[in-house]
Design a protein around this ligand. Structure first.
Ligand SMILES: Nc1nc(=O)c2nc(CNc3ccc(C(=O)N[C@@H](CCC(=O)O)C(=O)O)cc3)cnc2[nH]1
Length: 225
């Protein structure tokens, strides 16, 4: 299993990543290597698409500047081949695996929140608790549409809560090479980021043990001599 080049076992993901020459518009940056098919990338741009029948317009029409971030999130979620370090098993009937705490670059989270400021929603977590009786998600009884900024006071609360902690808000900037980018052009910058987190996670296992051994040995000799 190559954790740096893999697809999660979810609803629409390919089994293995690979080139997809015909990815649609906002998903085009993943053309060289993708977990999404051309069909998935095209659907990502449609309202109430067959991907999840998800209705962006559940509190009136969503602004196009806000919607472009949700489309980009869909491309990132469906197409990214470098999410291995954050893939976890999911206890959900519509997917076997999910992503958890993917460290998102500050700029992408903040621009998303800024562009949605004038929009409305009735729920903080968009994964659960909708009224699906019409076939698409509507606001559940008892909820009400509120200003985006009343539902999400900060970019952090939006990025982390909207998809059940898929994302972790960070203060890292794109140039740090230590956060994942939803928006990029050219070669996928997220591969190096995944590599970095995979290596630090592995070091996290053995480094403290080695350090402890060293400190124990040092204090032993200091005590003796
Ligand atoms: N970044 C990111 N992470 C994600 O996990 C993600 N997930 C989706 C999928 N969205 C959804 C939203 C609602 C339901 C849904 O059917 N919700 C039901 C509960 C289903 C269940 O868990 O049993 C509901 O109660 O509303 C499914 C998929 C889209 N973009 C994402 N983007």
């Amino acid at each position: 299993l190559d954790q740096l080049n893999m697809c999660m076992d979810a609803k629409h993901h390919k089994v293995e990543p690979g080139p997809e020459g015909a990815l649609h518009r906002q998903c085009a940056p993943w053309r060289e290597n993708a977990c999404c098919t051309a069909n998935t990338s095209e659907e990502a741009h449609n309202d109430n698409s067959y991907l999840y029948y998800f209705n962006w317009n559940h509190c009136g029409a969503m602004s196009s500047k806000c919607k472009q971030h949700l489309i980009q999130d869909t491309c990132f979620y469906e197409c990214s081949p470098h999410l291995g370090p954050w893939i976890q098993s999911a206890d959900e009937n519509w997917r076997k695996e999910r992503i958890l705490n993917v460290p998102l670059c500050k700029e992408d989270c903040e621009q998303w929140w800024e562009d949605c400021k004038d929009d409305f929603t009735c729920k903080t977590n968009w994964h659960k608790g909708w009224d699906w009786s019409s076939g698409i998600n509507k606001c559940p009884a008892g909820s009400h549409c509120r200003k985006w900024t009343d539902v999400y006071a900060t970019p952090k609360s939006m990025c982390e809560q909207i998809w059940s902690n898929s994302y972790l808000y960070t203060t890292l900037t794109k140039d740090s090479g230590r956060c994942m980018q939803l928006w990029f052009t050219g070669p996928n910058p997220n591969k190096k980021v995944a590599e970095y987190y995979l290596n630090t996670a592995q070091r996290g296992q053995s480094f403290p043990v080695t350090t402890l051994l060293f400190l124990t040995a040092t204090s032993f000799f200091v005590t003796i001599f």
